[in-house]
Design a protein around this ligand. Structure first.
Ligand code: MN
Length: 343
């Protein structure tokens, strides 16, 4: 089987269709890194890193500068022994998104050698998933306009970003929920609330009969007690996102009974630790969702194949391909809104 001969990193910039506004952050362009691994037999594996300064403290230029190091570090390794390679890449603690892109490129190359799809290499549990689509923070009018579009496009699970203004958030949810009955909501505060604000908010959702599938990261990432407080005062499941990056976070969140769900993102954990976290969750009956940073279709392919390969994920927040103005779809999956399918 082929050995790693060359690793090439290339920066890409993709504009968002609309500014993407979450608690304390507005993004207009997604800056990602394409990871291309060429084997000595000519096979090419493709991955993508979607770095996040907000969540991971990653700086794009620092990651790009690691190209030479990565070639020295991984050159000559046999991709069919990918678990052994992941032992090495698990040391890339300061570059989790790069780790994800590199690890997937290795899986992609090995899959091509075997003539199968990456999701089969990862276990082949499922072949189809349903994604949500996201309403970002904005004026009430902007939020309603985005919500209407999402409904018209046929999505049945709507993610709504909240966390900057409690009163406006409640008003927005009240109006959005009136647009269509039967809609399910994933509400993500991106750490914006205090524990008491979060409880006030979620009790109000319950009182209004709004169907909240997940209340995501209501409080600061390091406030495990706050998460637990919200969890035990909420009628709806509470998920960790910014709070869960490593398997050690998973073990601590479980020990402290802090959440009902983990939102796994390969850009926080790489492929290998995303697998570890999912196994920890399954062992303790913690629910699983999978999300994304700002991946293009190249990067979303990775999470689609991982989640379908491993199985057991309940919610899929893999909508960045609809939020970005990507010139060309490069994904290795089929879109049938609101579903993604692999062959
Ligand atoms: Mn989130």
């Amino acid at each position: 089987m082929g050995k790693i001969a060359n690793i090439k990193l290339e920066k890409t910039e993709t504009p968002f269709k609309r500014p993407f506004h979450v608690t304390n952050s507005v993004q207009t362009v997604a800056t990602n890194i394409t990871c291309k691994i060429t084997l000595d037999n000519g096979v090419v594996g493709l991955g993508e890193a979607s770095p996040s300064f907000r969540v991971n403290g990653e700086v794009v230029n620092s990651l790009l500068a690691m190209e030479g190091f990565l070639n020295d570090f991984l050159k000559g390794l046999d991709v069919s022994r990918y678990r052994a390679i992941f032992e090495k890449t698990s040391k890339l603690l300061s570059a989790p998104s790069l780790r994800a892109g590199i690890e997937f490129a290795i899986l992609d190359a090995y899959s091509k050698e075997l003539g199968i799809k990456p999701y089969k290499l990862l276990g082949g549990s499922e072949t189809k998933l349903e994604t949500d689509k996201t309403v970002s923070i904005g004026s009430l009018e902007e939020r309603l306009e985005e919500a209407k579009e999402i409904i018209d496009e046929g999505f049945r699970i709507m993610k709504v970003k909240v966390g900057e203004d409690l009163k406006e958030d409640i008003e927005a949810m009240t109006e959005i929920a009136k647009l269509k009955s039967g809609m399910r909501f994933i509400i993500d505060a991106n750490m914006g609330y205090t524990p008491k604000e979060a409880v006030f908010f979620i009790k109000e959702m319950y009182r209004q009969g709004i169907d909240v599938a997940i209340f995501e990261q209501p409080v600061r990432f390091d406030d495990f007690e706050g998460l637990k407080y919200v969890r035990f005062h909420s009628d709806f499941p509470v998920a960790a996102d910014e709070s869960i990056k490593t398997p050690y976070d998973a073990l601590r969140l479980i020990k402290e009974e802090a959440v009902d769900f983990f939102n796994i993102k390969i850009m926080k954990s790489g492929i290998s630790h995303a697998i570890t976290i999912s196994e920890i969750a399954k062992a303790k009956n913690i629910g699983l969702m999978i999300g994304a940073m700002a991946e293009t279709s190249t990067g979303i392919t990775q999470s689609v194949h991982l989640a379908l390969g491993l199985g057991g994920f309940k919610y899929f927040d893999l909508d960045t391909i609809f939020l970005l103005d990507e010139k060309e779809f490069k994904g290795d999956f089929i879109i049938e809104k609101p579903f993604y399918r692999v062959e």
